[in-house]
Design a protein around this ligand. Structure first.
Ligand SMILES: [Zn+2]
Length: 803
């Protein structure tokens, strides 16, 4: 088999490396590999080019700078030194970026990049121990990381990430082999997989990985080599999860180790772990025809889409577990939505589509793609978000790197291969899943078809498809996805719904200029006919601005509205706000909205314009004042490109939900400093928490300082009289390490010396309420809270008022 056709068949997920395996079970629908699709549009082509020229070099440079590549050289005895980096899974950042670079090479040859990969692979190969073990932290005897991996191999799988590292190695090796035909990294991967195969399985070690991904990685090796034992090993790692074999203690929900996978019904725990598992289960289900696996991922998918999905398509609401929360708990400002989780969610939904040939999975995929995922990488390609919240008061900004850098390499491999989600085929059915100006070479009904798409999607829903079947004509069914957003169904559940009336104009379809009735099946308009060279299809998906509401159980979104146009979810951001504020806006249901394309804004975006009302508290009264203000909404993915500040996806549509601006107070006008920690200005932002654990408004803490004496201070604009202090403590009992303090007191500044105020009142440490202390009036340029945090715990403050 030529390499070109090998690539095609392997990327197609066809496991046939020999004819006798042609009928081996696999996904009933096969994706058209990204190598067969060329995006030539204003949206994705630029992203791909930025990934190739900026992001991949940037992430490699960071891997070098932070010792991630040296760690391999040291392990291989090619260099003196100590293991660097905070985590034993730092190796995977290199693997993921090799995978991204390999995909990029498939799209565009680059001898310099290819040579660089060879040089890095030589170090990886050197770092591998003689029996195949590969994990630099242990080989380099990194004593300070010992807590992660223990004294013996595989001893602490729940923490060590030894098998997680392996999984990413396999994915990188398969990609590199397909891209270059070279076996240098593949041989490293196979040697490692053979060691793991010798070490794990029935009658051997029976433990699941603490962080999934090896399941998908082993399937990839199976597809490349045709070696059935890699598939069996992937299946073993799925089956052993949640089973207390050999007296093993289960790992719990955090890593989906609470019950056997085939019995699981809900998405729980760490969102990246979970979604990698579900994607791996789908792979093994397709390759083994194990129906129980399909039933499990179907149930879990229903749970996510019905109760745990953000309107941006992000998953994993809470930071404490980097994962899923209780159903319908979808806070906006503290939304975690890790970029890796968005990538994993797309991997999973794509596989669900390949299993079921239903467009609803692509609806979820598309929502995640254009919103939660793209938010994770800047338009310039060199800064990243780890969490992707839906609301901000300026505490969030993309950064060039993270100590835990998982999301960065992940972005490189995802973006490079994004065109692989556009098309798929099954027998006589050709599926068009994503709309983007592109050319594709697809195989359908036993022959080749060239397909050209012309569109300005996602800004315009007019799509023209031209077909060129090989041999002039071919009979097959073209399945054009009519996105959920164009069918009045924003998500395939009742979690979100449109508030406004469905648009009067429905999607329309022309074949060679003649109107054709839309015959919808599983979300696709199906057109069966004999297609001839030059046949054209014109699909028009009207793209009105739509108002979305969340299911009432989602408390965070009650009385609120989000805007969507086409697949793009919008937000309002500080540059367009009045005095930088947007969270105090109310958008009435009847306010007119209009869309306009701005070619020079944020690399070219369609924005939404309208009128909203801005709310403010009135001093000395419970009344609110409001005034009409212009509203501009930008695509959510493009936020935080113009500095930090207010942002909100969900705007109030009812007065109960509005967050009025406070009036200026002595506290709000003071400069805040503290003994330690970030964003002390959270304490005077006038955003009142509903409880001490409230993550929907900013808070300040001294974590990880525990049991220490700390301070926080207000410097007034001028010497002022103060006689009352009120503190709302931050306390995250149950999910974090902050508690109300052991004790505290108020100090004021007199002649350059801090002195305690005089009071007979007790300094309260009550949770979920204001703790007020009245004292003898002082005249001072500043006051300070001195707190002693409880032994073993850190202190924190939500809000601090003074009078
Ligand atoms: Zn990540």
């Amino acid at each position: 088999m030529s390499r070109a056709s090998l690539i095609t068949s392997l990327l197609l997920a066809v496991s046939a490396t020999a004819c006798d395996r042609a009928r081996a079970p696999d996904y009933p629908v096969q994706p058209v590999p990204f190598t067969q699709v060329r995006f030539a549009d204003e949206f994705w082509a630029a992203r791909l080019e930025t990934n190739r020229t900026v992001t991949i070099p940037h992430v490699f440079a960071k891997c070098e700078e932070t010792g991630r590549i040296d760690n391999f050289a040291i392990a291989g005895g090619l260099m003196e030194g100590e293991q660097r980096g905070a985590y034993p899974f730092d190796d995977t950042d290199v693997y993921k970026t090799i995978e991204g670079a390999s995909y990029s090479l498939m799209l565009q040859r680059d001898p310099v990049l290819e040579a660089y990969l060879d040089s890095v692979i030589a170090l990886i190969a050197a770092a591998q121990e003689p029996d195949g073990y590969l994990y630099t932290a242990r080989t380099n005897n990194a004593e300070r990381l010992r807590g992660w991996f223990g004294d013996e191999r595989w001893e602490r799988l729940e923490r060590s990430h030894e098998l997680y590292n392996a999984g990413h190695l396999y994915e990188a090796a398969a990609a590199h082999y397909l891209a270059t035909g070279k076996r240098n990294l593949l041989e490293v991967a196979l040697k490692n997989a053979d060691l793991i195969d010798r070490s794990f399985g029935p009658g051997k070690l029976q433990k699941p990985p603490g962080h999934e991904v090896i399941e998908m990685g082993l399937v990839r090796l199976y597809r490349v080599t045709g070696e059935r034992r890699y598939l069996d090993l992937a299946k073993f790692f799925i089956d052993v999860r949640g089973r207390p074999l050999d007296g093993r203690n289960l790992g719990g929900e955090y890593n989906q180790d609470h019950q056997p996978v085939v019995e699981q019904t809900e998405a729980v725990g760490h969102a990246v772990r979970a979604s990698y598992l579900y994607a791996g289960v789908a792979d093994v289900a397709a390759l083994t025809r194990e129906r129980a696996y399909v039933r499990a991922v179907d149930r879990i998918w229903g749970d996510v889409v019905g109760r745990k999905l953000y309107v941006t398509g992000g998953i994993g609401a809470t930071g404490g577990n980097e994962g899923f929360s209780e159903p319908y708990v979808l806070p906006n400002m503290s939304a975690y939505n890790e970029t890796c989780a968005s990538i994993a969610n797309i991997y999973w939904n794509h596989r669900m589509f390949l299993l079921h040939a239903d467009a609803r999975y692509i609806d979820v995929l598309e929502r995640t793609l254009y919103n939660a995922l793209l938010s994770g990488i800047s338009l310039e390609g060199n800064t990243f978000f780890y969490p992707n919240p839906l609301e901000s008061v300026g505490q969030h900004g993309r950064t060039p790197w993270f100590t835990c850098a998982c999301c960065t390499g992940n972005v490189t491999r995802f973006i490079a291969s994004v065109a692989g989600y556009a098309y798929a085929a099954a027998g006589r059915d050709l599926y068009v899943n994503l709309y983007a100006g592109s050319r594709a070479d697809v195989e359908v009904a036993g022959g080749a078809v060239q397909l050209r798409q012309e569109t300005r999607y996602p800004w315009d829903g007019t799509i023209k498809v031209t077909l060129e079947p090989e041999g002039r004509s071919r009979r097959f069914t073209l399945n054009l996805r009519i996105p959920g957003w164009a069918r009045n169904e924003p998500v395939p559940s009742d979690l979100y719904r449109y508030l406004d009336e469905p648009p009067e104009v429905a999607p329309t379809l022309l074949v060679n200029g003649q109107p054709v009735a839309l015959r919808l099946e599983k979300g696709y308009a199906r057109i069966s006919r004999t297609w001839r060279s030059g046949d054209t299809i014109q699909l028009k998906l009207p793209m009105p601005i739509r108002r979305l509401a969340a299911f009432d159980s989602v408390k965070a979104d009650r009385g609120r509205v989000a805007l969507q146009r086409g697949p793009v979810v919008y937000c309002v951001e500080w540059p367009e706000g009045r005095d930088g504020h947007v969270r105090n806006l109310l958008l009435p249901d009847d306010a007119a909205l209009g869309a306009v394309f701005e070619p020079d804004l944020l690399h070219g975006v369609t924005i939404i314009r309208g009128v909203a009302r801005a709310y403010r508290k009135v001093a000395g009264s419970d009344e609110l004042a409001s005034s009409e203000v212009p509203l501009t909404a930008i695509p959510y993915y493009a936020w935080a490109h113009r500095g930090r500040g207010d942002m909100a996806v969900w705007l109030a549509r009812e007065e109960d939900a509005v967050r009025p601006l406070g009036y200026p107070t002595l506290a709000s006008q003071s400069r805040v400093t503290a003994s330690f920690g970030r964003n002390p200005e959270a304490v005077n932002d006038q955003l009142e928490p509903r409880s001490s654990i409230d993550h929907d408004v900013p808070f300040y803490h001294w974590w990880p300082h525990k049991g220490t004496s700390e301070w926080i201070q207000y410097d007034f604009p001028q010497v002022s009289e103060v006689s009352t202090v009120e503190v709302y403590w931050f306390d995250d009992t149950g999910i974090g390490e902050c508690r109300v303090p052991a004790s505290w007191r108020v100090l004021y500044l007199e002649d350059g010396v801090w002195k305690p105020v005089w009071t007979e009142e007790a300094y309260g440490v009550e949770k979920d309420t204001w703790n007020q202390v009245v004292f003898e009036t002082v005249r001072s340029p500043a006051v300070r809270l001195e707190i002693r945090s409880r032994e073993g715990w850190a202190g924190g403050i939500h809000e601090w008022r003074i009078q």
